[in-house]
Unconditional design. Structure first.
Length: 553
């Protein structure tokens, strides 16, 4: 990250080459969708359907057919949008696709593909233009940023797929720090304001990513203030641009108002997560070696490690980054002092990531994260702490680009060594990907099934709830009941009839309608209806039976 412009004789050719590589990554990630003509939806039939429901709720709210802050689940509870992600970034492309005739799942599937490509483009722009790395380091870092295993191992968490706003925010900050002596105050303000608003928008899209980005940046600033070279540079930049910094900070805080208006009432109502429920989502040492199921390179190693630990699936904590990336990161961390001489801010970024890894690590139920949980605002709303690695992939990708750049400079024009470096990078990227087998479902069949269920709901219902016959295998009951919650929500939005059922990160106080097959389920339905003085016809929708639904109460 030089203070002088890097010579680029053919920027169009550089971008063309980068786009080809990025398109290859998109094909490798979404090849099953492309081969099926977009009939296959990415991810299992779990949280992906919750995200589809919320995106469709936004679309219906924009059309004036739904109350924005109160989706039709958990009826008649209000403010239920805050029980999950707001997904604001999804709204423009998803709604546009719906306007042009795409169904719910196709519109969302195309939006996810678009976001993954934007992840690569934003990562490349950050590394190639803002950080001024050469082509190969920029492409290598952008590929890791867009297609790293911690992100790809959570295909059902669509809300963590768009990370390009984080790269945009980082790009703005890098340019301001790099060009502090030459930037006009208006330019500095514009860039810093854009960075702050990008983080605000990230919070309103996926809270985890926005919160972890702010937390890591706080660690970065604290460390930068301690080390003399970075402290001096920041002090100089602040003296020159203190007015733009204050102005951008004020605009960023103002941009948080919508976020607070959405979430504060829910925080007062349902509170945060108990620490006992946070602990299972915190990584252990072996979590940094676990890869996704079906990983092209390390699937058998992951299976062996899981078997050795008692066959626990460990979903959400498979945050390994592969052999090449792990060894590169360990090397950069060990030689951080040398990195500091060439790029002090990069050395601080490396230290900040390692500090975050240390804080989040648990060992037999003990972790420094307990202090973060107690004292950092918003930390009690974080249950799956291991997701921080998706945000950490941004500074890690910058560090990787630096390592590749240094390797290229050391090799000079030795073609054989350069070829070996390219092959090593290609392997390091390839080991992030997985087969994706079993991680898709048919959009056509999903739509047909939901239409059959929607037709079964009587026309004169004021609200409805679902019932169903428990499966013969008790182990399938819990999974099936989660699916029934999603079915109820999607039928609700298709028919425009609210449902008493629902599934989200949180649920309203006193709501206990998740266990559809429980013996006292009907009693709990009546109690919920009575408590809220509900009037009108409350219908029962029978799941997985031939006959239609009818009056339930």
């Amino acid at each position: 990250m030089s203070d002088t412009p890097r010579p680029t004789r053919h920027p169009i050719l550089a971008w063309s080459g980068a786009l080809v590589v990025g398109a290859l990554g998109i094909w490798l990630l979404h090849r099953h969708q492309f081969a099926s003509g977009f009939d296959l939806f990415p991810g299992p039939r779990g949280d992906t359907r919750l995200i589809a429901y919320l995106c469709e709720h936004w679309y219906q709210a924009l059309r004036g057919k739904a109350e924005l802050l109160s989706p039709s689940m958990f009826y008649p509870a209000k403010g239920t949008l805050a029980y999950s992600e707001v997904l604001l970034l999804f709204v423009p492309p998803y709604s546009l696709l719906r306007v042009f005739g795409a169904d719910i799942f196709t519109a969302l599937a195309i939006t996810v593909v678009l976001f993954n490509f934007l992840n690569f483009l934003a990562g490349f722009a950050l590394l190639f233009h803002a950080a001024r790395f050469h082509l190969l380091p920029s492409v290598a870092g952008a590929m890791f940023f867009a297609f790293n295993n911690p992100k790809l191992s959570n295909p059902d968490l669509l809300q963590v797929q768009p990370v390009w706003l984080l790269a945009v925010a980082a790009m703005c900050v890098v340019v301001v720090v790099r060009d502090a002596s030459s930037l006009a105050p208006k330019q500095a303000f514009g860039l810093l304001a854009l960075a702050g608003l990008a983080v605000d928008l990230q919070l309103l899209t996926g809270f985890y990513l926005g919160w972890f980005a702010l937390f890591w940046f706080g660690l970065f600033l604290a460390l930068a203030a301690v080390l003399q070279p970075t402290r001096q540079h920041l002090a100089t930049a602040l003296r020159r641009h203190w007015r733009p910094v204050l102005g951008a900070a004020g605009l960023t805080v103002a941009g948080l108002v919508p976020f607070l208006l959405v979430y504060l009432p829910a925080v007062r109502e349902v509170g945060g997560w108990p620490y006992s429920q946070v602990l299972p989502g915190m990584p252990e040492l072996h979590s940094y070696l676990l890869m996704a199921d079906g990983n092209f390179v390390w699937s058998r190693v992951t299976e062996a490690m899981l078997q050795a630990s008692g066959n626990a699936p460990d979903w959400g904590r498979r945050i390994g980054i592969g052999l090449v990336a792990t060894l590169t990161w360990l090397g950069l961390s060990l030689f951080a002092i040398r990195v500091r001489r060439q790029s002090p801010f990069l050395a601080v970024a490396i230290l900040a990531v390692n500090l975050l890894i240390l804080l989040a690590l648990q060992f037999h139920g003990h972790s420094l994260w307990h202090k973060v949980y107690e004292f950092v605002p918003g930390a009690k709303a974080i249950r799956d702490v291991a997701r921080f690695m998706i945000v950490a992939a941004l500074p890690i990708s910058i560090a990787f680009a630096f390592a590749v750049e240094q390797a290229q400079l050391h090799m000079g024009k030795r073609v054989g060594q350069q070829a070996m470096l390219v092959a090593l990078i290609a392997f390091g990227v390839f080991e992030q990907f997985n087969s994706g087998d079993g991680q898709y479902y048919s959009i056509r069949r999903e739509n047909e099934r939901l239409e059959r269920l929607a037709v079964k709901l009587p026309a004169d219902c004021a609200a409805f709830y679902v019932t169903g016959i428990p499966p013969a295998d008790p182990l399938l009951t819990s999974s099936l009941q989660r699916q029934w919650m999603h079915d109820a929500m999607l039928v609700s939005i298709l028919r425009g009839v609210p449902t008493l059922n629902g599934r989200s990160g949180k649920s309203p106080p006193g709501w206990a309608l998740r266990e559809v097959t429980a013996p006292d389920y009907q009693t709990k339905v009546r109690q919920w209806v009575t408590r809220h003085n509900m009037t009108g016809k409350i219908c029962r929708l029978e799941m997985d039976v031939v006959t239609g639904g009818g009056p339930g109460l």
